[in-house]
Write a protein that binds this ligand. Structure first.
Ligand code: GLN
Length: 481
């Protein structure tokens, strides 16, 4: 069974041409057959998924209007699922079974989806390669010696390997778009506040946003329609619904800005070739290409790593061995020792590095120089985007300056790893919507991602332009598995 289109699966199930149980079994079989080599999943919820599919089948005629009826979906393991282990890739949550569903999970279930499992990710979503998971690496379906990107590497790999048509990831500084780019699939980070964060295990709350990963733009839009919209349980949730009514999916007259000055350094030549071909294809389709400046973007990486680590150090203070999951029981005589030991054994090296960095930049005497300065420059970065969107409708960049790199290649040098996010963090700092979609392969057959970024609340415009690009330059390759 072809598991690449959520829409086709939904239509087939709704019309009774195939049962939800058969679709679910096909997904579980494919996971079983292919996941030994990829390790996209940390938990496969086989029984729950089959029971859920059977229940949907038994009520099918009544449910046939549901937008995701019978569609198998994978959820990044930092999004809470009631009764299904949720670890955020961390040992400190190794046995954590949430007593509640994240809002996005509730909404997927209400739309008729079948959640088949939880995908591997960097610990607390901190990373760009999924190598920071406490539960082993995920391999890129296109090349098994390469990373899938991160931190939502498991979700992107699962969709690329056609184990599921749709997955959710979270994006704090690129973690949906960058793995989508490296795995040759579509990944959307919505406008900040468009999708509820309730039940997302917090990394950096002013940047975190949940979004879909799919093989095509229409499925990403379908998923956003289901999970988006106001939620009273998230104080930063916007009152707006995504409003993705099918509109004019054309690039004719769409003004697309390319920040050329940013692309001159550090972009791999093969990536740049594919990106330039994508820009040419957009021009061919009637888009007006203009140069735009995002002058403060050169500071985006340092600003991001100051803000994100500061917020993370505060968010992660809650893991103390009392309230969640793992507790170190040995050699602790006092409460303080138990906290220390739990955090020492429960957190991995990258998480510890970030807690230390974040605590430092928030500490008395350094806060003004680092954290507050970073917030000021964040404002300048946001104004750059505002100024750009006064002149153009969308900004185009490569999603990542490099295609998927080899496992282990960057783990020794955290700063090298951080630089993989140079084109993605800006959208999080500015709170604007941004999509990555495949725009070709390198000569070594590794996918390259095109990133289109729009103004705040411009999610529908981003998706329409992406759909038009997809039609103009279809990406039909899939990894051989
Ligand atoms: N790679 C970035 C980081 O390590 C972004 C992670 C994310 O978006 N969750 O922080």
């Amino acid at each position: 069974m072809d598991l690449s289109s959520a829409r086709e699966i939904r239509d087939a199930v709704a019309a009774g041409r195939v049962s939800a149980v058969d679709v679910c079994r096909a997904a579980l079989d494919r996971i079983e057959r292919t996941d030994g080599a990829i390790h996209a999943f940390h938990t496969v919820a086989r029984e729950q998924a089959m029971a859920r599919a059977a229940e949907l089948d038994s009520r099918r005629p009544d449910l046939s209007a549901l937008p995701l009826l019978g569609v198998p979906i994978a959820i990044k393991d930092n999004i809470c699922t009631r009764g299904v282990r949720t670890t955020a890739g961390s040992r400190i949550l190794q046995d954590y079974v949430p007593p509640y569903d994240a809002t996005v999970v509730e909404r997927l279930n209400a739309a008729g989806a079948v959640i088949v499992g939880k995908t591997n990710c960097d610990e607390f979503a901190m990373g760009s390669s999924t190598e920071n998971s406490a539960y082993g690496v995920t391999r890129n379906p296109w090349a098994s010696d390469r990373v899938p990107g991160g931190s939502s590497g498991g979700s992107a790999a699962a969709v690329a390997a056609r184990q599921v048509p749709l997955a959710l990831g979270s994006d704090t500084g690129g973690s949906i778009r960058q793995p989508a780019a490296m795995c040759g699939v579509v990944g959307l980070k919505p406008t900040y506040g468009m999708v509820s964060r309730y039940g997302l295990i917090a990394f950096a709350s002013s940047l975190d946003q949940i979004g879909p990963i799919a093989t095509n733009v229409a499925d990403a839009a379908l998923a956003l329609n289901v999970i988006g919209g106001h939620d009273a349980r998230d104080a930063t949730s916007l009152p707006h619904a995504p409003e993705l009514a099918p509109g004019d999916e054309s690039l004719r007259g769409v003004r697309i800005g390319v920040p050329r000055a940013l692309l001159n350094e550090g972009v791999d030549a093969d990536v740049l070739t594919a990106f330039d071909a994508a820009v040419a294809a957009m021009r061919q389709s009637g888009a007006e290409i203009a140069d735009v400046a995002l002058p403060h973007s050169t500071h985006a990486i340092p600003v991001y790593y100051l803000v994100a680590t500061a917020e993370a150090s505060s968010n992660l203070a809650r893991y103390d061995g009392v309230r969640y999951g793992f507790r170190a029981r040995d050699a602790a005589e006092t409460l303080g020792e138990m906290y220390d030991r739990t955090r020492e054994l429960g957190f991995g090296p990258e998480v510890k590095r970030r807690i230390m960095l974040g605590t430092y930049v928030l500490s008395a005497g350094y806060k003004d120089a680092y954290y507050l300065k970073a917030q000021q420059v964040r404002t300048l970065i946001r104004r750059d985007y505002d100024a750009a969107f006064a002149r153009v409708d969308l900004v185009a960049m490569p999603t990542s300056p490099i295609a998927a790199f080899k496992l282990g290649e960057r783990t020794a040098d955290p700063v090298q790893m951080y630089l993989a996010d140079v084109f993605t963090v800006g959208a999080n700092l500015a709170g604007v919507p941004s999509i990555s979609l495949p725009c070709g392969l390198t000569p070594g057959r590794l996918p390259v991602g095109l990133q289109l970024t729009g103004p705040r609340l411009g999610d529908a415009a981003v998706l329409r332009a992406a759909a038009a690009f997809e039609r103009a330059a279809p990406f039909t390759d899939a990894p051989a598995l």
